[in-house]
Design a protein around this ligand. Structure first.
Ligand code: HEM
Length: 412
C-alpha cells in the first residue's frame, strides 16, 4: 500500500482535481500522469492547500495567465502559506517578482549579461567543471565491478555544475555550493518550513557580505556583482535591495532549475538505450535533443497571485488566490504538440515553454542551454554506456522545480 501523505491520505485516494498539493512527494513522482488525467477531466484544478491554489494544465490557460499582468501579479512566484508583502515597484527579487511597468526596467538592466555573446566565454570553464566531476566519479569506480559501479548522477554530477558556473559568473566562492543549495532548499523546496535559523545563516546576510566585499574591492573583477554595482537608473546607482534581490534571484533561478534539467536528461538516457546510443553515434542531434529534453522534462512551474477577480476555464478566481503555472504540463498538451506524450529526440519543430511565456520569459535560457548541452556532451563522451539501477531508486523532487534528486545509475 502507498505511504500516507502529510494529511494522512494514502496516495491512491487523493483526488487531484480538488485535493492536489504540489509539494506532495507523489506529485513529484507522478506529475505527468496527474496532468494528463486532469487535462481530460478538469483542466483547472483547485485545492484549499496554501489557503487556496489553482492548477491549470492546458497550454491555452497557462499562456493566457502568463500574458495577463492585469489580473495576476508576480509579487509572489513561490507558493507558501503566507502571502508575500507588497514591496512594489522593486519587489523581492527583481525582475521575477516585479510587475509592469518596473519589470521592463529591471529586466532590461540584466539582459546584456546573458546574451549568447556573453555566455560563450563560459563554455570552456563549464567543460572543465564537467570533466573534473567525471574524473572523480570514474576514479571512484575504477577497477570495480557490478553494484560497486553504481554512482549517483544527480548527487555526484548534475547538482554541482550550475552552482559552480553561476558562482564564477557572480564572483562568489565555488566552495559555497552547499550553502547555496541549503538556501534553495529552504526557499523553493520547503517554503512552508518555519525558518528559525539565526540571521547570520540567512541568504540576505550572506549576500550583503559578498556585495559589500565587491563594493570595497580596489580591483574590480568584472563579474556580475561588479556589473550590478555599476548599473544606474535615472542617474542613480541601484538601491541596495535591488542589487541584493537580483543577485539572490540569479543564484536561485539558475541552480535547481538547470540541475533538474541535466538530471532528468541523464535519467532519460539511462532508461532509453536507443536514444542514448543514437545521440552518441550522431552528436549533431544534440541541439534538437536538448530542446526535447527541455520540453519533455521541463523543470519549472512558477506561480502568480490573483490581483483582481477573474475567470479562467470557467473557474472564478479571487484576489490573493495562488495560481500555479505548470509550464511542464503545457509542454505535453496534445492541442499544441504532435505526439505530445512521446519523447522524440530529433523533434524538428519544438516551440516549448520550458523557459516560460510572456514578459517574464527566462533571462538565463542561453546559459541554461549551454550548461545542459555541455553536461550531456562531456558525460556521453566519457560514459557512453550506463543504465538505471531500478526505476524506484530515483527520487524526484516535489514542489515547483521538478527533477531527480537521487539518481543511481550503473556504469558499464
Ligand atoms: C533549465 C534551466 C532553466 C529553466 C527551465 C528556467 C525556467 C524559467 C522560467 C519558466 C521562468 C519564468 C518565470 C515566470 O514566469 O515567473 C524563468 C525566469 C527567469 N530565469 Fe530561468 N530557467 C532556467 C535557468 C536559468 C538560469 C541559468 C538563470 C540565470 C542564472 C535564470 C534566470 C532567470 C531570470 C532572471 C528570470 C526572470 C525573468 C523575468 O522575470 O523577466 N534561469 N526561468
Amino acid at each position: 500500500m502507498a505511504a500516507p501523505d502529510a494529511s494522512g491520505k494514502t496516495t491512491s485516494d487523493i483526488d487531484w482535481a480538488t485535493e492536489f498539493d504540489h509539494t506532495n512527494p507523489e506529485y513529484g513522482a507522478r506529475a505527468p500522469e496527474i496532468w494528463e488525467e486532469l487535462r481530460e477531466r478538469c483542466p483547472v484544478a483547485h485545492s484549499e492547500a496554501f489557503g487556496g491554489t489553482w492548477l491549470p494544465v492546458r497550454h491555452e490557460d497557462v499562456a493566457a495567465i502568463a500574458a495577463d499582468t492585469d489580473h495576476f501579479t508576480s509579487r509572489g512566484v513561490v507558493v507558501s502559506p503566507e502571502r508575500p508583502g507588497d514591496s512594489a515597484p522593486v519587489g523581492e527579487a527583481p525582475p521575477i517578482t516585479s510587475d509592469p511597468p518596473f519589470h521592463a526596467v529591471a529586466r532590461r538592466l540584466l539582459l546584456p549579461g546573458f546574451t549568447p555573446k556573453s555566455i560563450t566565454p563560459w563554455e570552456s570553464s563549464t567543460r572543465e567543471i564537467c570533466n573534473d566531476l567525471i574524473d572523480e566519479i570514474l576514479e571512484g569506480v575504477d577497477g570495480k565491478t557490478g553494484d560497486e559501479r553504481i554512482v549517483d548522477a544527480a548527487q555526484q554530477y548534475a547538482q554541482h555544475i550550475p552552482v559552480m558556473v553561476i558562482a564564477d559568473m557572480l564572483g562568489v566562492p565555488k566552495e559555497d555550493g552547499d550553502i547555496f543549495r541549503g538556501f534553495i532548499h529552504r526557499i523553493i523546496e520547503n517554503p512552508s518550513l518555519d525558518d528559525e535559523r539565526p540571521e547570520e545563516e540567512s541568504l540576505d546576510f550572506y549576500l550583503d557580505n559578498v556585495i559589500h566585499e565587491h563594493a570595497e574591492a580596489t580591483t574590480k573583477r568584472g563579474d556580475l556583482i561588479d556589473y550590478m554595482l555599476e548599473l544606474e537608473l535615472d542617474g542613480q546607482k541601484l538601491q541596495p535591495e535591488h542589487v541584493r534581490g537580483t543577485v539572490a534571484l540569479l543564484l536561485i533561478a539558475g541552480i535547481d532549475t538547470t540541475w533538474s534539467a541535466i538530471g532528468a536528461s541523464l535519467w532519460h538516457l539511462a532508461g532509453h538505450d536507443d536514444d542514448r546510443r543514437r545521440l552518441v553515434a550522431e552528436p549533431e542531434l544534440m541541439d534538437n535533443a536538448v530542446e526535447e529534453f527541455l520540453r519533455f522534462y521541463a523543470p519549472v512551474t512558477m506561480a502568480r497571485l490573483v490581483a483582481q477577480e477573474v475567470e479562467v476555464g470557467g473557474c472564478p478566481m479571487k484576489p490573493e488566490d495562488w495560481v500555479l503555472l505548470p509550464f511542464p504540463a503545457a509542454n505535453r498538451d496534445p492541442e499544441v504538440f504532435e505526439r505530445a506524450d512521446e519523447f522524440v529526440i530529433d523533434r524538428a519543430r519544438n516551440r516549448h515553454s520550458a523557459f516560460g511565456l510572456g514578459i517574464h520569459r527566462c533571462i538565463g535560457s542561453n546559459l541554461a542551454r549551454m550548461e545542459l548541452r555541455i553536461a550531456l556532451e562531456e558525460w556521453l563522451k566519457r560514459v557512453p554506456e550506463f543504465g538505471l539501477v531500478a526505476p524506484d531508486t530515483t527520487r524526484w523532487s516535489a514542489g515547483q522545480i521538478r527533477g531527480p534528486r537521487e539518481l543511481p545509475v550503473r556504469l558499464a
